[in-house]
Design a protein around this ligand. Sequence first.
Ligand SMILES: *Cc1c(COP(=O)(O)O)cnc(C)c1O
Length: 379
Amino acid sequence: MKDKIWLSSPHMGESEQRYIKEAFDSNWIAPLGPNVTAFEKELSQYLNVDNVAALSSGTAAIHLALVILGVRIGDEVISSSFTFSATVNPIVYQGATPVLIDSEEDSWNMSPELLEEAIIDRVSKGKKPKAIIIVHLYGMPAKIDKLLDIANKFKIPVIEDAAEALGSKYKGKACGSFGAMGILSFNGNKIITTSGGGALISNNAGYIKKTKFLSTQARDNAPHYQHSQIGYNYRMSNVLAGIGRGQLEVIEERIKRRREINQWYREILGNIPGISFQTEPTNQFFSNYWLTTITIDPNLVKTDCETLYLAFKNENIEARPLWKPMHLQPIFKNTPYYKNGICENLFNNGLCLPSGSNMTIDEMSRIKNVLEWELLDRR
Ligand SMILES: *Cc1c(COP(=O)(O)O)cnc(C)c1O
């Protein structure tokens, strides 16, 4: 069996182990510590946001954002349907109901038209949504200015799920820095990783102060342990923040490489009628191209996504279907959903291609062979 080619595997730089060693040498083996403080500062500089709280996961960051916005039992929270379940689950942790919105054609992200339609409809039912979670999927920025205009018109706060979009930009501004709060993930398969981790970012200092308080068990300012609010254990470990500091030193190289890989796929597949890529709609969008994703039009191409997926699998290469939309998930089957059919169509005809920044020339040629055999030779 040939070695496995992963969809997106961790890619360490040179300094991670040095920062971890510092944590060991100073015995800061704890949640919090100098690496956490420095990682937060370095992230805030990189993203040009005022405040960052490093947390144990992206999911924890979404959960705290909802807690801070006062989302509670019986509330409704709007979210993109086309996303990973971690976006939507924290809404349910709060006892609230998700309201799911379909995608738009250009970016594959939340449709501004449907967002407005949904808000008007929910308000008319006496259920004004408490928050909106907008996802920048696979690294592609959503049409954030249009979406924010609508959210602002109805005075509903926006949480940006930039878990997949660290380093992506819209009009030169970092994804995650537009809304009331943004979240990042440093899970093992993301563009940079701390093995597991996340962050909440905001230009509102009060939100991040609250995040740091809630994520360390919400201890009141007293020497005895006193609590007047429910707290969480969601802070990032000082050891893992060391990995994050090393990773942040190489992020620009990682983005550059992911974008080169995206370009490489376009050179192989770009001229085949019926194959489309998730693509920056205009030069105002800058995607980190965390994953290169394609759709295959079954009317124009003989091979479908499932066949291609299996052909990769046969060669021990990991490809992955696009995210199964949340409105199609058994757990969310009774959830309100505003649709145009786009994300279902993407799910039925799309595939994520191996996109790791550490793929070797050899691995790329194995991938190319499968693509050529399945999509070119057999046409
Ligand atoms: C990875 C991911 C998350 C969750 O991040 P974790 O750090 O794994 O908890 C949330 N939303 C999206 C879109 C993701 O891809």
